[in-house]
Design a protein around this ligand. Structure first.
Ligand code: HEC
Ligand code: HEC
Ligand code: HEC
Length: 469
């Protein structure tokens, strides 16, 4: 009897133990699940997929090529594959790569990987990001292509000097004089969402010019406009709701639509953020020091200049050609007066940042590439006119230039005057920087100066020896 009691007792203790253990492991795994979910959210806010995915069925497997002024840089495979990806990275190595641009083998990454912004990511978010990549991303065992930049940029160690000059290694520091919402917005904008990597102009060494923070910059064929709080040249006149709507859906009615790399950022990243985070971003942006410049909104009005050009004798020229191209190709959707449709699914071309100065890039790039943006709110599509492979006309460089000048002067603010050469340049991927030649010239000048110094030292040394002998 006592033996039975003893066994029952032991059994129940074991059962209780097992139950407690099960509960414990359930607690741990739900904790891990929370961590992974948080990491996935950080990855979305950081848009890691924008650069590290080239084939949508193999997320993060790399091979996406980023064209930089000094050559093509390939974003690598960051799936947890032990042979081709980052499966052997420890958490500390992962953090060094993402926040400081140091690969596990010690080599420096090029700042095409936005570690200068990711340096702001907090330790807690970094831990979550690591848990997500190691546990929830499917390993892909195909290595990505290698980056081969021309001399001197193939020397990765040169980035150590660049980092010393331009990278700030601190994580985000809360500004206690500001609200929690402001701090959340500042954290997202400066850190994970890396808005400044596109919207801040760069200096001669490709560093972001901190004095022109979010002041507008060329990103390949597109122009990421001034988004400081300036009411004329920035977005200071936008309501918070308009900013939230733009980031969440890619459009702010009567103001702007997102094409190009911004459309991608909206599609993959911002449209999946919580509304409270988009509101936090809007709160912070309202406070970013204003950078003045030409006015970009509320310009133009509904006009119809085509009638002026009807009945002209002979072949039309100048704006008349633009008017013809417009009515043949664009008016079906954007309206003959440029007013768009009532619901603004097809937006008006007046009161539109793409048809105001100073840069014509977004107008030209939109006509060449069209718009193709999917968000939870639906699919937005404008056909590209730069290629022949659709039912719409392909427009030539000079046709696009004349169209741009017609649209700018009739619906826009007349803020740009486009030549065929500018269209050729945007078609080829945007104005190229002459960084490579600058650095090479700098190296030659450096070498010449070094040779002169050596020569002077040698002359002085010989003179002294001659005197002493
Ligand atoms: C704007 C493009 C871009 C974004 C966004 C981006 N990366 Fe990268 N990343 C790159 C490029 C390009 C490289 C390769 C750079 C090089 O070879 O020097 C790279 C390299 C890396 C590496 C080094 C891997 C190795 O061993 O080669 C890691 C790790 C990494 N990225 C993780 C991330 C994570 C995590 C995110 C999101 C938080 C992210 N990246 C977002 C462009 C990007
Ligand atoms: C990968 C580059 C890139 C990143 C990252 C990026 N943007 Fe943009 N953004 C652009 C481009 C390009 C445009 C112009 C799009 C167009 O007109 O079709 C733009 C347009 C905008 C506009 C509309 C401005 C106007 O006047 O038309 C706003 C607002 C904006 N971005 C805010 C942000 C914020 C906030 C972030 C970070 C949370 C951000 N962007 C991150 C490239 C980027
Ligand atoms: C089949 C319908 C359609 C045609 C034809 C069309 N568009 Fe569009 N257009 C759109 C849609 C849809 C958008 C994007 C609306 C959005 O993003 O919410 C757009 C956006 C634009 C924008 C704003 C882009 C930005 O990034 O800010 C411009 C400028 C523009 N179109 C000019 C033109 C011109 C010029 C033509 C003629 C060559 C043209 N469109 C022909 C449907 C069309």
């Amino acid at each position: 009897m006592t033996a039975l009691k003893f066994m029952l007792c032991v059994g129940s203790v074991m059962l209780a133990g097992a139950a407690a253990w099960a509960q414990d492991s359930a607690a741990i795994s739900s904790e891990t699940a929370d961590l992974i979910a948080r990491g996935q959210y950080v990855a979305t806010a950081s848009d890691c997929t924008a650069c590290h995915t080239s084939n949508p069925s193999e997320p993060y497997a790399g091979n996406h090529v980023i064209t930089s002024p000094v050559g093509d840089i390939v974003a690598t495979n960051i799936t947890p594959s032990k042979t081709a990806g980052i499966g052997n990275y420890t958490e500390a190595q992962f953090s060094d790569a993402v926040r400081h641009g140091i690969r596990a083998d010690g080599a420096r990454l090029y700042p095409a990987m936005p570690y200068t912004a990711f340096a702001k990511i907090t330790d807690a978010d970094m831990k979550a990001l690591y848990a997500y990549f190691m546990n929830d991303v499917k390993p892909v065992d195909t290595p990505s292509k290698k980056t081969q930049l021309p001399f001197p940029f193939n020397i990765r160690a040169s980035m150590i000097g660049w980092n010393l000059l331009f990278a700030d290694a601190d994580t985000y520091q809360t500004d206690t004089s500001k609200s929690d919402q402001w701090n959340r917005g500042a954290y997202l904008v400066q850190g994970p969402a890396h808005c400044s990597t596109c919207h801040t102009p760069r200096g001669v060494m490709m560093q972001e010019k901190s004095g022109d923070y979010l002041g507008g910059a060329q990103v390949g064929p597109w122009y990421a406009p001034n988004i400081t709080s300036d009411p004329q040249s920035g977005i200071g006149s936008w309501s918070k709701d308009e900013i939230v709507s733009y980031l969440g859906t890619g459009r702010a009615e009567g103001k702007a639509q997102a094409g190009g790399s911004m459309a991608e950022a909206v599609e993959h990243s911002f449209s999946h953020l919580q509304k409270s985070d988009l509101e936090a971003i809007a709160t912070y942006l309202a406070n970013v020091p204003a950078k003045s410049g030409p006015s970009r909104f509320d310009q133009g009005s509904a006009t119809n200049l085509t009638t002026e050009f009807c009945g002209i004798d002979g072949a039309p020229s100048g704006l008349a050609v633009g008017a013809q191209i417009y009515s043949a190709n664009c008016a079906t959707c954007h309206g003959i007066n440029g007013q768009g449709t009532k619901d603004q699914y097809y937006p008006s071309l007046y009161h539109n940042s793409a048809t105001s100065g100073p840069s014509a890039s977004n107008f030209i790039a939109t006509v060449l590439n069209g718009i193709d943006r999917k968000t939870p709110q639906g699919h937005v599509f404008m056909p590209p006119f730069g290629t022949q492979d659709n039912a719409f006309n392909a427009l030539s460089d000079s046709e696009i230039a004349q169209l741009a000048n017609y649209v700018s002067s009739s619906f826009g603010d007349g803020g740009f005057e486009v030549s065929s050469d500018e269209v050729v340049q945007i078609r080829a991927g945007g104005p190229s920087s002459n960084l490579l030649s600058q650095v090479r010239i700098a190296m030659v000048i450096g070498l010449v100066i070094a040779l002169i110094i050596i020569a002077i030292i040698w002359v002085v040394y010989r003179a002294r020896r001659q005197r002493s002998s």
